[in-house]
Write a protein that binds this ligand. Structure first.
Ligand code: C2E
Ligand code: MG
Ligand code: MG
Length: 635
């Protein structure tokens, strides 16, 4: 197996010269070369020597040969031992494999990498390395094909099954050894790179996978979507992109804690993943937003049942960590049908559809269409304009009086928000409050309303006008936002308005959405001395029990009930029932939207004396309020 380099023994025909005694002296010239001495020709000297000298000389030659032979043998053995030790104790695996894939020679490291306690054991148990050990047979075949063609393969990484059944990653350098053009065997080295691979995998996990759910994250999703689109273009097929957003996840996360939130995300991810039977990729894009890439789809009709299935699964009951509850979600879908659109457009369109689905309510899905696109663009235009409205002073408040029909005077004022855009003109609250809420703009806007109304109320009081509470509408987003009570406290402190002159109008749906949290919040606000009213009462689903616990100050009967009293007997019955219930619960009651004397008379007959509506006044600008505060509306 080895060829040996053994140094340069002196030439065997080097000349010996005999001194007067019997010892032979090898003379050398100045360069160390053997030299004859004296300078007579050898043949001549030989002829002249006696017979025993010739014999002696021959013996000496044999002797020298023997010494040389032993020396050569010693050097050979030494070299072989060196190479053997190098081979056997090498820290990397060294092997020779027969042309049929059978291991012929392996060192200890190679055996150890493959899970064998000795090379002998490995040689005895493995008959075909490729078949028995390579995890990916196709990869092995490819590897061999290239090796045959090139004769050398370096730095090849492969996963192998080791003896224990575990898997390892190795890096191989292999050359094909040929004799007379035919491959006789393969030789090479193998290095265990499992640890490095694990570290790489971990880095990949961190870079490409979401830590909470284990799903691909946004960068990997984008890669996969691009791949799916190229494949679809090539095969002439369609792709559907479904974006799913879980409603109110942030609120769940904030109120029940991160551990709970993470667990919920994991469950949702698992449910989406189990929508089986399709070629799909599921990714978490961030927050509670998930994406599903459906490949090989032709029409939207094919996608619909899958969208329904996913929504139904995500929407069905969860039960863990001591809680049973439901969540809702919305979904936006965009389709790719082999045209030139890129992944970016597809995502943008699914986003637009998602945005639109949110408006249609929980557990809805929406396909992208140009009609939706226009609506959303319009909305976004409005949203951008609203974003600037605050700093450009386009917002202002109007006030509507609330009249106590027993005294005839003003018992309160409701502050109502108005927006006057330089080009769009007056935008009604019904058109922009929703946008302010969905964009989060309601937070700065709501704070501005609160501060402006409190400042104004204090100013009227300072001007010596009758002190009445000012009512401010509060959106669900504001109330749920962390630090709401603190904001109220701060605004009251800054404006100098006493808490009893501020009334907050909340809606039923808001209170019922998260009873435990709202209960505490209301308690804190009541302790501060702020008044609380339930606005648009009768349109939600308050339970009497909660109403009793919530300890608000009053109910405002929604104007949809008041509109047709007294002639509509159903509405009359409901209005009467609300008034009686409020009295029974010891709550004040106010009727909204009173426009005529018939409505007013009916309400007074039912013992409802607090009235708000066009009958007395439309909402008016600040300067007109001064006069109204001094007016007696009923003599
Ligand atoms: P709301 O709080 O129920 O306010 C009463 C609405 O009824 C006001 O509409 C008012 O102008 C209208 N109204 C009052 N009396 C009558 C009447 O006799 N007949 C009729 N047909 N309507 C009457 P507006 O000002 O358009 O406000 C609509 C809604 O927008 C408000 O309903 C409230 O929910 C919301 N909103 C207004 N300002 C704010 C605000 O500052 N913050 C928040 N979050 N919401 C606000
Ligand atoms: Mg209101
Ligand atoms: Mg109302």
């Amino acid at each position: 197996m080895h060829s040996l380099g053994t140094g340069n023994p002196a030439p065997l025909d080097a000349e010996l010269s005999m001194d007067s005694g019997s010892s032979a002296v090898l003379r050398k010239d100045g360069r160390g070369r053997a030299k004859t001495s004296p300078a007579r020709p050898f043949v001549e000297r030989r002829r002249q020597r006696p017979m025993e000298h010739a014999w002696h000389e021959a013996l000496e030659s044999v002797h020298r040969l023997l010494i040389r032979y032993e020396e050569t043998n010693r050097l050979l053995t030494e070299a072989e031992e060196n190479y053997r030790s190098l081979f056997e104790s090498a820290p990397i695996g060294i092997f020779r494999i027969g042309s049929g894939g059978n291991p012929a020679i392996v060192n200890h490291a190679m055996a150890a990498i493959c899970g064998y306690d000795s090379p002998e054991r490995m040689l005895a148990e493995v008959s075909n390395i490729g078949e028995q050990m390579f995890v990916d047979h196709e990869r092995w075949s490819n590897f061999m094909r290239v090796l045959h063609a090139t004769g050398l393969q370096c730095g090849i990484e492969a996963e192998i099954n080791v003896r224990s059944g575990a898997r390892k990653w190795v890096q191989l350098n292999v050359r094909a050894v040929r004799e007379e053009g035919r491959i006789v065997h393969y030789e090479g080295t193998a290095e265990d790179i499992t640890d490095r691979k694990k570290a790489e995998e971990r880095i990949r996990q961190l870079a490409y996978y979401d830590l909470v759910t284990g799903l691909p994250n946004r960068p990997l999703f984008e890669e996969r979507l691009t791949e799916a689109l190229s494949a679809a273009r090539w095969k002439g097929q369609g792709v559907a992109l479904l974006l799913l957003e879980v409603d109110r996840f942030k609120m769940i996360n904030d109120s029940l804690g991160k551990i709970f939130g993470d667990r919920l995300l994991q469950e949702i991810a698992e449910r989406i993943r189990t929508v089986a039977g399709r070629n799909l990729t599921v990714a978490r894009l961030g927050g509670a937003e998930f994406a599903i890439i459906l490949e090989e789809v032709k029409t939207a009709r094919e996608v619909e049942p899958i969208a329904r299935q996913v929504i139904a699964k995500v929407g069905s009951e969860y039960s863990f960590l001591g809680h049973s509850f439901n969540v809702s979600c919305v979904m936006g879908i965009s389709m790719f049908s082999g045209d030139g659109r890129d992944s970016h457009t597809l995502v943008e369109r699914a986003d637009v559809a998602l945005y639109s689905a949110k408006e249609h309510g929980p557990n809805e899905f929406q396909f992208f269409s140009s009609e939706i696109d226009n609506q959303i663009r319009e909305r976004l235009r409005l949203e951008n304009a609203l974003r600037l409205a605050l700093e450009r002073n386009e917002l202002f408040l109007v006030y509507q009086v609330q009249v106590n029909t027993r005294t005839g005077g003003v018992s309160g004022l409701e502050a109502l928000l108005r927006w006057k855009h330089p080009e769009l003109g007056q935008v009604p609250p019904s058109e922009f409050i929703g946008i302010a809420e969905s964009s989060g703009l309601i937070l700065p806007i709501g704070e501005w309303v609160l501060r402006t109304a409190c400042t104004q109320a204090r100013r009227w009081q300072d001007a010596g006008l009758p002190a009445v509470p000012v009512a401010v509408n509060v959106s669900a987003i504001q109330l749920r936002h962390h630090g709401f009570c603190e904001l109220i406290r701060r605004v009251l402190g800054e404006t100098g308005l006493e808490a009893r002159y501020l009334e907050l109008e909340l809606t039923e749906g808001l209170l019922m959405s998260n009873v435990d949290v709202m209960f505490l919040l209301i308690q804190e606000l009541r302790e501060m001395g702020v008044k609380l009213a339930i606005d648009d009462f009768g349109t939600g689903y308050s339970s009497l029990n909660y109403l009793r616990q919530f300890k608000v100050n009053r109910l405002k009967i929604d104007r949809s009930f008041v509109r047709e009293v007294p002639e509509n007997s159903d509405d009359a019955a409901i209005t009467t029932a609300i008034i009686n219930m409020a009295k029974a619960l010891n709550l004040d009651v106010l009727a909204e939207g009173v426009e005529n004397i018939e409505q007013l008379d009916f309400l007074r007959a039912q013992n409802c004396y607090e009235i708000q509506g066009y009958y007395f006044s439309r909402p008016v600008a600040v300067d007109q309020v001064v006069e109204q505060l001094q007016t007696t509306f009923i003599q």
